[in-house]
Structures are given as structure tokens and as C-alpha cells.
Design a protein around this ligand. Structure first.
Ligand SMILES: Cc1cc2nc3c(=O)[nH]c(=O)nc-3n(C[C@H](O)[C@H](O)[C@H](O)COP(=O)(O)OP(=O)(O)OC[C@H]3O[C@@H](n4cnc5c(N)ncnc54)[C@H](O)[C@@H]3O)c2cc1C
Length: 423
């Protein structure tokens, strides 16, 4: 369970060992930093934010101090320059210790990953790219210098977040920027973020709404016309504080664009692995449920009597089955995040859906089995397992790649080539 840590402290074994998964020294160092931070800083605070459904702002202040808010900001812009794979593995390590912080951190990081390394893979004219680099540099400086926090509110309660229709939140072009009107539900970091990275439909007077005109805009939380409404008392991921955002005639300067016109649509179609970024948190939760079970059955969980329960064959079989499921999940997920790139093959996209589905479903299956195996004392709120169980339940609900949508797409895309029909 435990291994000597780089800085001499006791720490958990990495979910993905650097030698076994052939990670670079750079990646291994950064992932190790995330793991040590998660264990030292996030784990002790997780229970209270879960109980009170409060946003863990102090975790974000501490992440700023560690450089973790800038993990995916390119090195040329002053960030840590992590690529997609390194980010996903670091996020899984944080998810092990506090699911809500890891999931909220994901929303923040995506604003830098998508406008950074991912956008570098997309087509833009030289003028568009120069303007994009100038704008994103300003966003990145706010994060690096001031610890600014970005949220990622896409969901609207209709079919837009699943990628089926244009977003109902609209940006009307005006002199110097846009006027934004609309509503976003389940906006993690609501009330805590400094900027809301909103997906909306750019639509001039008389123009039809189109997904091709999706605009990715950073709306300052302090802008006139922005409000946070509704309560937040959910089953799990309570610390994300994902309330409803309203935008009423909000003026947003053009420099707040996180991607140039039309580029988000290109990203969503040419770089589909961008939607796998919700899964690392749940990979970490799956590992946490397994770790807890092993420690509990060995009589090593702090706060519980040192009573061993490992000698019963039923416990051994349950742990073996959990391990098999965990290894299957890790293997498929690691392969899928290794394949993230522009223009992936059909096989790679099907594998990405399968990986998302597997992580989101198995995290909860493993957590449920952990509770059944460890028994009644293990589900008390004084221990982390019941929180892990509730948090893990949320994964398969998250758009745009819910577990159901993944199954739907795998079936359809495996059986039909683009444009194929039966009649
Ligand atoms: C803890 C948590 C944090 C969140 N944070 C954010 C956030 O920061 N930003 C954000 O934008 N969203 C966030 N979400 C929202 C999330 O992505 C969903 O939009 C949200 O759960 C709303 O779900 P719904 O039931 O209204 O979805 P609905 O659209 O009503 O879908 C219900 C179910 O129907 C199925 N379904 C929907 N569309 C299709 C389709 N086209 N084909 C087949 N099946 C379909 C899906 O399985 C889905 O789960 C968060 C959700 C949770 C649970």
C-alpha cells in the first residue's frame, strides 16, 4: 500500500507507476506532485466541504501556490506545460483524495488545455492564430499572476450539451464585443469562479442559430447582468457547488474569446478526446475505493479499531474481483488517453467512448462493492468510503459523454459508416 516518497514522506503508491506505464520524468514528477498535494492538502478538507456542500476555495488558493492552476498553460506563456496525458494522470491522483476538487479543477484546467495545446492542433489563419495567442496570453496571466479561477458552464438542460443542437445561450455581436443572454445549469464553481468559460451561439440579427457558430467566451463573474441562482443540495460531488447561472444582456469584450470564431466546433469534431477530461476524477475515485478496502480489511484505516478481516475467503475473492475491474479500467483508460490527438481514427474514437463508459460505470461498481465487502462500519460518514460511493455515482450522468450516450454512439458508429443509411 505504502511506498517511500521522493521527499522522504510516506505516500500512496502512484495509480500509474512511471516505469510500468513508460512515463517521462517530467510527467512522473508532475503527477507525483499532484498525488502528494492531494494526500496532504485535499484529503483532510474533503469531508467538511462534502457535508456542507461548500466550494473548497482554499484548495484552489493552495493549487495556485503550487502552480497547479497553470498545469496546462504552455511553458512559453509561463505555465507548467503539461500535455493531455500528463494532465489526466495528475487529475486522477487528485480525484483519489477529493472528487469535488478534482472535478472542479478539471473545469478550470480545460479552459487552458482547450485554448492551449488543443487549439494549437486546429486550423486557423495566421491572423486568427496571432489574435488567439495574444488573447489567451492575457487569460493565462490572470491565472498565473492572480490565481484567477475559470469555470466551464456548458449545460442548459436541453439537447445542446450533448452536441445535438445549437446552444440556447446566445452572443449577439456588437461594437467591441458581444451581448450575451441565456442560462446555464449545473455550473460547477458557481459563485467561486472569477470567469465563466461559457459556450454560446454567436448569432447576428436575423441569422439562424447554428452549432458551427458556437463561441467559447470567458464571462467575468463580476460583469453586470451575471447572477447565480438556485440551491445546491445533491447526492454527490457536493463541493462542486454547481448552481444555475443567468446572463441578462451581459456585455462581453471581444478579447474574452477563448477560441476564435468557429474553432470550438472544429475542436468538438476533430479533437473528440477533449470530452474525456471529465473521466480522470472518477479513475481516481475507483482507485480510492479499492485502496480503502485493502486498508480496511488489513485493519489499517485510521479511526477504526485495528481489527483484521482479511482472512475470510469471501473478502479475498471480493478484493480480487475489485482488482480485476480496476486493472481493466486502468488499462483501457490509459490506452484511450494516450491516443488523444487531432483527427483520431474511428477505432480510437470508439475506444475513447468505451473508456469513458468503463471508468464512469466501474468507479461506482467498485465503490458499491467496497461498501458491501467492508461492511456497516465502513459506510459511516466519519470515513471517506461513503463519500467516494456517492461521488462516483455522478460520473455516468455527465454530458456530453454520459454512459448512455457512449453506448448509443458505439453501437451506431460501429454499425454505420458516416452517411450510411438502410433504405
Ligand atoms: C456534479 C456535477 C457537476 C457538473 N458540472 C458541470 C459543469 O461544470 N458544467 C456543465 O456544463 N455541466 C456540468 N454538469 C452537468 C452535466 O453534464 C449534465 O448536463 C447534467 O447532469 C444535466 O443532466 P440532465 O439530466 O439535465 O440531462 P438530460 O439532457 O436531461 O439527459 C438525461 C439523460 O438522458 C440521456 N441523454 C441525453 N441526451 C441524449 C442523447 N442525445 N442521446 C442519448 N441519450 C441522451 C443521458 O444519458 C442523460 O444522462 C455537472 C453535473 C454533475 C452531476
Amino acid at each position: 500500500m505504502r511506498a517511500p516518497d521522493l521527499d522522504g514522506q510516506d505516500a500512496d503508491v502512484p495509480i500509474f507507476a512511471a516505469d510500468a506505464f513508460r512515463l517521462s520524468d517530467f510527467a512522473a514528477d508532475l503527477i507525483g506532485k499532484a498525488r502528494r498535494f492531494g494526500r496532504r492538502v485535499l484529503a483532510p478538507r474533503a469531508a467538511q466541504h462534502d457535508r456542507d456542500a461548500t466550494f473548497p476555495l482554499e484548495n484552489f488558493r493552495d493549487m495556485h501556490g503550487e502552480g497547479l492552476l497553470a498545469i496546462c498553460i504552455p511553458k512559453a506563456d509561463g505555465g507548467l506545460g503539461a500535455d493531455f496525458l500528463t494532465y489526466c494522470l495528475a487529475a486522477a491522483e487528485l480525484g483519489r483524495y477529493c472528487g469535488a476538487t478534482a472535478l472542479s479543477w478539471n473545469m478550470h484546467v480545460c479552459s487552458t488545455l482547450w485554448s492551449g495545446a488543443l487549439a494549437d492542433d486546429l486550423q486557423m489563419t495566421p491572423a486568427e492564430r496571432a489574435a488567439h495567442q495574444r488573447r489567451r496570453h492575457a487569460h493565462y496571466r490572470r491565472i498565473i499572476d492572480d490565481g484567477a479561477i475559470y469555470a466551464q458552464p456548458f449545460s442548459e438542460g436541453g439537447a445542446a450539451a450533448a452536441g445535438v443542437v445549437a446552444f440556447g445561450t446566445e452572443a449577439r455581436p456588437v461594437e467591441g464585443g458581444f451581448i450575451v443572454n441565456g442560462k446555464k445549469i449545473f455550473a460547477s464553481l458557481s459563485g467561486a469562479a472569477d470567469y465563466y468559460g461559457v459556450l454560446c451561439t454567436e448569432r447576428a440579427e436575423g441569422e439562424a442559430a447554428s452549432r458551427r457558430n458556437t463561441l467559447y467566451l470567458a464571462i467575468p463573474a463580476s460583469a453586470a447582468g451575471v447572477s447565480v441562482v438556485g440551491d445546491w443540495d445533491p447526492l454527490g460531488m457536493r463541493g462542486t457547488v454547481s448552481r444555475t447561472l443567468l446572463f441578462k444582456d451581459v456585455f462581453v469584450p471581444a478579447d474574452e474569446m477563448l477560441m476564435p470564431h468557429g474553432v470550438y466546433f472544429q475542436a468538438a469534431t476533430r479533437w473528440p478526446h477533449m470530452f474525456l477530461t471529465l473521466s480522470p476524477t472518477y479513475m481516481g475515485l475507483a482507485q480510492a475505493a479499492y485502496d480503502f478496502t485493502v486498508a480496511y480489511l488489513r485493519g489499517e484505516v485510521p479511526g477504526t479499531p485495528p481489527v483484521k478481516r482479511r482472512m475470510f475467503p469471501t473478502k479475498q475473492i471480493a478484493v480480487a474481483e475489485m482488482r480485476v475491474s480496476l486493472e481493466q479500467t486502468k488499462a483501457l483508460w490509459f490506452q484511450a488517453i494516450s491516443e488523444a490527438r487531432a483527427n483520431p481514427s474511428k477505432e480510437q474514437v470508439l475506444r475513447a467512448y468505451a473508456a469513458q463508459h468503463t471508468v464512469m460505470e466501474n468507479a461506482n461498481v467498485i465503490a458499491a462493492k467496497a461498501i458491501r465487502t467492508c461492511g456497516g462500519q465502513a459506510m459511516l460518514k466519519s470515513l471517506p468510503l461513503e463519500r467516494i460511493y456517492r461521488d462516483s455515482r455522478c460520473g455516468s450522468l455527465m454530458l456530453p459523454w454520459t454512459a448512455e450516450i457512449c453506448i448509443d454512439r458505439i453501437g451506431r458508429e460501429a454499425l454505420y459508416e458516416p452517411g450510411e443509411k438502410d433504405e
